[in-house]
Design a protein around this ligand. Structure first.
Ligand SMILES: CC(C)(COP(=O)(O)OP(=O)(O)OC[C@H]1O[C@@H](n2cnc3c(N)ncnc32)[C@H](O)[C@@H]1OP(=O)(O)O)[C@@H](O)C(=O)NCCC(=O)NCCS
Length: 175
């Protein structure tokens, strides 16, 4: 199995267009990735400015160009605003495996947007990419993320630990 994102797979849901990230998104992506609430349970260096955000966007574009990951922007169909992102990465080609990551700005949380996006991305992963397994690594106190994963039938892996982040829990969804 290998992936080919040369033609970016734009996906549609009822209220969202899931599209590719571009440098034009830098301001909105900075607002998302520098947001304290968004980062509460995520271990990463928040961008300090637009230049660092552009560096991040370049790295994502490069990852997709090399078919090593994919990230969609959640764009509102009604306002055309960037609400958040969702992506698949850390592929294990031999095992048809990918990890899922997602974030949405607090202004748009708890309105079902990520549920809508995740359902579409899971279907794309299983049906178009032919994945067998999708996993999420999420902080044990991240109730919103855990509820989202529970609702999509991800199962907590009680016998495994995230080697990198002790307080993370691993959730697994099989095809
Ligand atoms: C996790 C996250 C993506 C959820 O996005 P969202 O669009 O608000 O999720 P939805 O509106 O689709 O809700 C999904 C479920 O979670 C529940 N939920 C969402 N936010 C919640 C909160 N703050 N507290 C409790 N439950 C919450 C919703 O009620 C819904 O469950 P239900 O349908 O059974 O009622 C969002 O909270 C977020 O971006 N958090 C910060 C970034 C992050 O932690 N990402 C995950 C890293 S692993």
């Amino acid at each position: 199995m290998s992936f080919d994102f040369t033609t970016f797979p734009v996906l549609e849901t009822e209220r969202l267009t899931l599209r590719a990230l571009s440098l034009d998104d830098a301001k909105a992506v900075f607002g998302l990735r520098a947001n304290k609430e968004v980062n509460e349970f995520i271990q990463r260096d928040a961008p300090k400015n637009l230049a660092q955000t552009r560096g991040y966007i370049d790295s994502v574009i490069n990852l997709i160009d090399n078919n090593q990951g994919i990230l969609w922007v959640l764009q509102s169909k009604s306002s055309e605003e960037l609400l958040g992102t969702i992506g698949l990465r850390n592929f294990d080609i031999a095992d048809n495996y990918a990890e899922i990551g997602y974030e949405i700005h607090p202004d748009y949380q708890e309105r079902g947007y990520m549920t809508e996006a995740m359902e579409k991305v899971i279907a794309y992963g299983f049906e178009q990419m032919n994945l067998n397994t999708i996993e999420a690594f999420t902080h044990k106190n991240n109730i919103a993320s855990i509820t989202l994963l529970d609702n999509q039938d991800f199962l907590l892996q009680t016998d495994r630990e995230d080697e990198n982040v002790e307080d993370n829990r691993i959730y697994k969804l099989s095809k």
